[in-house]
Design a protein around this ligand. Sequence first.
Ligand code: 6PG
Ligand code: NI
Length: 197
Amino acid sequence: MKMNKRIKINPFAYKVDPINETISNPDTHIIRKLSSMKGQYADTKSYEEMLLKEDRILYEVYEKLVPEIEGGLLQGMSIVHPGKVGREYFMTKGHFHLILDTAEFYYCIKGNGYMMMENPEGGWAAEELSPDTVLYVPGRWAHRSINIKADEDLVTIFAYPANAGHDYATIETRGFRKLVFEENGKPEIMDNPKWIE
Ligand code: 6PG
Ligand code: NI
């Protein structure tokens, strides 16, 4: 859902509800299921077995929409549920912004995880997310939220330029260079065996 670019909007305020993991009067509620992550998990066998049992909800997003024009800021809440596909944690699809040089602000209000990031120049970074962590994702860096807890949602508030757009295709075809697996009960960052140069 998009808001007409010509619409003039008035100032608005809304509540973040960390208990119910939502925001007041969201304009959208995006639900991403296991089936939308085909090819993103290293352990294809576990992925297929899980999908056969249930097309589980991996994460949800609530957005406050604004006209997608330069200067505006799109905001919302992202909730990654706990779980694993094989030894790999539940995560978001991940994306570059269509306007590559557009940054993003994240504030973690609940849970523990990583923001996996990479840029076209070969750089990668994995910042830990925990309550009250503020993360700045510079322009050019693709970003994916990863929940490393077994029993708690990873909840973040985000804001990014309203005209940024989303490039999912690059990540869907190449994947992220690095993935996060559970090794001896702890998260471990490893090379993505399926990553395409
Ligand atoms: C954005 C934000 C953020 C992101 C969600 C879901 O650019 O909109 O990065 O809202 O969309 O965390 O992640 P995916 O967009 O990768 O599914
Ligand atoms: Ni983004």
